[in-house]
Design a protein around this ligand. Structure first.
Ligand code: SF4
Length: 281
């Protein structure tokens, strides 16, 4: 006999399906241990109910994180136009050879998006597609990030996207501490110029470098961190920083997309973005 879902559960299910579609997932599978439709739907229902309860009861403290990367040179300070300030930072980078990552790069990947973005995503470093095109997150992981942004009701051009290091590490290896340390001051200047309300660190490397905390991604997720580069405008209160999975990781383990959606919903709630709001509507 068909059962009716209560409206809140139906809405949560519809939201989950819409999110999966936005992220390019159209095929759903039934768990092998589900002997009947009743068991299968009960599992899904119970998971969604748990998720709803967790969201309602989530207490998300802001944790003060000391960012150890100070702005060492800020020739753009005093420039009120963020477009001009970002141009100046780019000019300061020039044909950068400050660390060994310059040796293998095709293009330096500075960052892209709105110079007045309220939301900023920071990843680890450019991959092959990004290196070829000179723009962050343009490969498969970039498509997924675009879908995540769209699922939030935003457009790629509404946010700002950058990486900890601006040149591709050989073989897509994790950037080394000296490389992150050398490149990060430029990212700090970008952040201090854009003055976002929220920064989302994509993956453990971005999170650990921004927060100077050596914890697992699991420990870092689900919290707000206060973030403000040392030496930035005293009148700017700083950003709140959240941590989630890197889209490249989600391509390898799509089961974590639900967890990522929770992180993004935390961000949306803080920014006052309605889940149903669509860009351009
Ligand atoms: Fe310069 Fe950063 Fe590229 Fe290193 S990664 S060469 S510091 S732009």
């Amino acid at each position: 006999m068909p059962q009716t879902l209560d409206p809140e559960l139906r809405r949560a299910l519809a939201e989950r399906v819409r999110y999966c579609h936005e992220m390019g997932i159209y095929d759903f599978y039934r768990r092998e241990n589900a002997a009947t439709d009743g068991v299968s739907s009960a599992v899904v229902e119970s998971e969604i109910r748990e998720e709803m309860a967790a969201r309602k009861s989530a207490v998300v403290p802001a944790i003060a994180a000391t960012n150890l990367v100070a702005i060492t040179s800020s020739s753009e300070s005093g420039i009120t136009d963020p477009i001009a300030a970002l141009q100046l930072i780019r000019e300061d980078l020039g044909d950068c050879t400050r660390c060994k990552l310059h040796k293998g790069r095709t293009n330096l990947v500075f960052g892209v998006g709105s110079p007045r973005a309220e939301l900023m995503f920071v990843g680890e470093g450019p991959g092959a597609d990004e290196d070829a095109q000179g723009e962050p997150f343009v490969g498969r992981a970039g498509q997924l990030l675009n879908n995540m942004i769209k699922a939030m009701g935003l457009r790629r051009e509404d946010v700002y996207i950058a990486n900890i290091v601006k040149c591709r590490p050989p073989g897509n290896r994790t950037p080394e501490p000296d490389e992150c340390e050398t490149c990060s001051p430029f990212l700090m200047r970008q952040i201090a110029t854009i003055k976002p309300k929220v920064i989302v660190a994509l993956g453990a490397t971005a999170a650990k470098n921004l927060l100077a905390i050596s914890s697992s991604l699991g420990e870092l997720r689900g919290h707000w961190y206060d973030f403000k580069p040392a030496g930035s405008d005293p009148s700017w209160p700083g950003a709140r920083l959240a941590v989630t999975y890197h889209p490249a990781y989600l391509l390898r383990d799509p089961r974590q997309k639900g967890e990522t959606w929770k992180d993004l919903q935390m961000v949306m709630k803080y920014l006052g973005i309605e889940p149903s709001k669509k860009a351009g509507e």
